[in-house]
Design a protein around this ligand. Structure first.
Ligand code: SF4
Ligand code: SF4
Ligand SMILES: [Zn+2]
Length: 137
C-alpha cells in the first residue's frame, strides 16, 4: 500500500511499529493500529494481553519500557518471535523509546524501514516491498 507514514500513534505499548504490519499496510480490511479502533483488527491484537495489561492502566507513558516488570515474560516471548521471524525486536525498540524518546525513535524508524527502491515503508511480515514488489529482506 502506498502512502504509509510512520507516526508516534502507530507505536504500540509493546514496541511494535504498526506501520510495518501487513494488517496495516494492506488495502482491504485494514487495521488502523494497536492504539486505534477495533474495526479491522485481528482477534489476537484485539484481545492482546499486553495492550490490556493492568500495569499500563493510568500510566502517562503507555509503553512497556516504563513498567517495573519490563521485560516481563509476555514481552520476552513476543520479542523472540519477532527477532526469529520478522527482522526486529520489541525489547530493542522499547529500550530505544525509553532512551531516545518517542519522537526520536519514530524519526529513526522512518529511515530504518524505508524501501531503498521506491522510498515507501517496508512491511516486516513480507520479504518484498508492498509498494514496489522489490525484495527487501
Ligand atoms: S494487527 Fe496488531 S500489530 Fe498489526 S497493525 Fe493491527 S494492532 Fe498493530
Ligand atoms: S512489561 Fe509486561 S507487565 Fe509491564 S506493562 Fe508490559 S505487558 Fe504489562
Ligand atoms: Zn519499495
Amino acid at each position: 500500500m502506498k502512502g504509509v507514514t510512520i507516526k508516534s500513534v502507530l507505536i504500540a505499548p509493546c514496541g511494535m511499529n504498526c506501520a510495518l504490519c501487513i494488517s496495516y499496510q494492506r488495502d482491504k480490511n485494514k487495521c488502523v493500529g494497536c492504539n486505534g479502533m477495533d474495526a479491522g483488527k485481528p482477534n489476537y491484537c484485539r484481545k492482546c494481553a499486553i495492550k490490556g495489561c493492568e500495569m499500563l492502566k493510568g500510566k502517562r507513558k503507555k509503553f512497556c519500557s516504563f513498567c517495573e516488570k519490563f521485560p516481563c515474560a509476555r514481552i520476552k516471548n513476543l520479542d523472540k518471535r519477532y527477532r526469529d521471524k520478522y527482522h526486529m525486536g520489541m525489547i530493542e525498540n522499547l529500550e530505544n523509546i525509553r532512551k531516545l524518546g518517542i519522537r526520536e525513535f519514530v524519526r529513526k524508524e522512518k529511515s530504518r524501514w524505508k524501501c531503498r527502491n521506491c522510498g515507501g515503508v517496508v512491511c516486516v511480515h513480507r520479504d518484498d516491498c508492498v509498494s514496489c514488489g522489490k525484495k527487501v529482506f
